[in-house]
Ligand binder design. Structure first.
Ligand code: NAD
Length: 543
């Protein structure tokens, strides 16, 4: 990075360029820094040690979050080096679960602005707002309207913590250059009364836009992005279910975009199922998957499983019968009159069943996937029924946070007498059962979206397609070593995430080339180009 225009004090106060005490004596002389930093030069590794010492001294997760964000605001390279080298320790702080707490108190812990706010008052001038961003080389945009932040509901503009956190993961996990990442909040208001009544709330103090006004704002935003940041990928994040689904349907074939809650979740879950098939010995074509919950996540996962089965040669109608939904009204079957449209493709001809246990007993699925955000719903009776019908039942309680998980890892292993093939949405500790140690896998979307984003950027893909998510899922599953499977672990270790993301990015770019979606010529050695493109937070020399 060139520093012609940045010297001295400016350089120290530019978080993208600052190295603090890491400026070498020569740099200090040439860049007018002498005297502005403490005399002793410290290496980036020594600075990391200082950061870790301070980070670990803090006991409250939210304090750790504030400390890390402040570091990001001062010295971005150092922030990323620390996160990359300690990803297992840092991810729960910069992302779930701590980011949820950070969003809840966003307006109270606010220190420095980051990202862009496009509000309901910006109708007609959104492109001007986007042009206020310093730089046109944006590659990755994560945008939320704050209506369904994690499991916390409507947080309005406080939801900004999510695009910020997610983009930090793009950089930490897949090396997407932070200077090309742009977090955006569409502040269309909030319906949460506590926020409207809070004098410190930083968002628009008004009720949410809805209907045609909301649609028009999103449309103007999407068109403005095409104009101001052509080629940027838009990731829709934490929109309420109905909006998430219809915005994805409206834009996926028009612009380069995806929805991680739907498609990223689908890919990480399909990867978990594919890993599970290596344990159970039953191929995907023999799996029958029952979902508890029939919202965005369930629909996304089911759609991707269907497209995977179709790829394996199965007719689509038959493939759909491999996926079953159970919602609050029981098994989703044809003839029910209370079904929303997105459930209809999975409403099969079958006798009604009022609850999950009855549905399991009658359909006899090979896998149950919990995406209901309702704890204690994978009961002992349900897990025991699954274990009776399957030598190795696949049990995935994916709901977050931990308090919402349909069952715990210890329950699944205990009730199934060690037979369960298990993955969850939130992390669980190792479980000892029958003299064996099980390591529960976490179906973390961070395994998927950073690599997908990088692959799309490297190939200059014009669209993000289901084939790319399918390729990502296969690549992720293939990266799980046999030894991990023996422990019950269905995903690679988080500490290996950069290598995993690089492989996913390569696979996604290959899809873009094969399907004629790429706009960048294919390099001879694609994996090497992907790896070389990955930002790693190492200090550049400014001499
Ligand atoms: P959503 O609101 O779109 O869907 C939830 C669905 O569950 C709705 O259809 C609702 O009617 C149904 N439901 C609620 N209570 C139920 C009950 N008692 N019995 C049956 N159905 C019930 O939400 P979503 O985006 O689909 O997310 C659902 C859950 O999945 C959340 O807890 C979320 O954290 C989790 N999730 C996990 C991952 C992951 O682990 N990688 C990814 C995405 C979502």
């Amino acid at each position: 990075m060139t520093t012609h225009s940045h010297r001295g004090y400016d350089l120290l106060h530019n978080p993208r360029l600052n190295k603090g005490t890491g400026f070498t004596p020569e740099e200090r002389d040439q860049l007018g820094l002498r005297g502005l930093v403490p005399p002793r030069f410290t290496t980036q590794a020594e600075q990391q040690a200082r950061v870790l010492e301070n980070f670990r001294k803090k006991t409250a997760a939210i304090e750790k979050y504030i400390y890390l964000i402040s570091l990001q605001d001062r010295n971005e390279h150092l922030f990323y080096r620390v996160v990359m080298d300690h990803v297992e320790e840092m991810m729960p702080i910069i992302y779930t679960p701590t980011v949820g707490e950070a969003c809840t108190s966003f307006s109270h812990i606010f220190r420095r602005p980051r990202g862009l706010y496009v509000t309901a008052q910006d109708r007609g001038r959104i492109r001007d707002v986007l042009r206020n961003w310093p730089g046109r080389d944006v590659a990755m945009i994560v945008v939320t309207d704050g209506e369904r932040i994690l499991g916390l509901g409507d947080l309005g503009a406080n939801g900004m913590g999510i695009p910020i956190g997610k983009l930090s993961l793009y950089t930490a996990c897949a090396g997407v250059d932070p200077s090309r990442c742009l977090p955006i909040t569409l502040d269309v208001g909030t319906n949460r009364d506590e926020l409207l009544a809070d004098p410190l709330y930083l968002g628009l103090p008004q009720k949410r836009l809805t209907g045609a006004e909301y649609e028009a704002l999103v449309e103007e935003f999407v068109l403005a992005v095409q104009e101001v940041f052509p080629g940027a990928v838009i990731q829709f994040e934490d929109f309420a279910t109905e909006n998430a689904m219809h915005l994805l349907a409206r834009y996926r074939d028009r612009v380069c975009c995806f929805n991680d809650d739907i498609q990223g979740t689908a890919a990480v879950t399909l990867a978990g199922i594919l890993s599970a098939t290596r344990i159970t010995g039953q191929p995907l074509t023999q799996q029958v998957v029952m979902f508890l919950g029939a919202g965005a996540a369930a629909t996304g996962i089911a759609d991707l499983i269907v497209s995977a089965l179709v790829r394996e040669g199965m007719p689509e109608a038959e493939a759909r019968r491999h996926c079953w939904f159970v919602d609050r009204g029981g098994l989703v079957v044809r003839g029910r009159t209370d079904l929303q449209e997105h459930k209809l493709p999975y409403a099969h001809d079958h006798a009604p069943a009022g609850d999950l246990l009855t549905a399991v007993e009658s359909v006899k699925p090979t896998a149950i996937v919990g995406v209901s955000a309702t704890p204690n719903t994978f009961t002992e009776a349900v897990v025991k029924a699954m274990s009776r019908h399957n030598p190795r039942p696949i049990i995935f309680p994916l709901s977050n946070p931990t308090s919402k998980s349909e069952c715990t890892a210890a329950e699944a292993y205990g009730w199934s007498e060690g037979k369960a093939v298990f993955a969850s949405g939130s992390p669980f500790d190792q479980v000892m059962w029958g003299g064996r140690t099980f390591t529960p896998g976490q179906g973390n979307n961070a395994y998927i979206f950073p690599g997908v984003g990088l692959g799309v950027i490297v190939s200059g893909a014009r669209r993000v397609t289901d084939s790319m998510f399918y390729a990502a899922a296969r690549t992720l599953a293939a990266g799980v070593p046999e030894a991990s499977l023996n422990e019950g672990l269905l995903f690679p270790r988080l500490r290996d995430i950069r290598a995993v993301s690089a492989r996913i990015a390569t696979a996604v770019a290959e899809v873009a080339y094969a399907d004629g979606l790429a706009t960048v010529p294919r390099p001879a050695d694609l994996p090497a180009v992907v790896r070389a493109s990955m930002y790693d937070g190492t200090y550049p020399s400014y001499l």
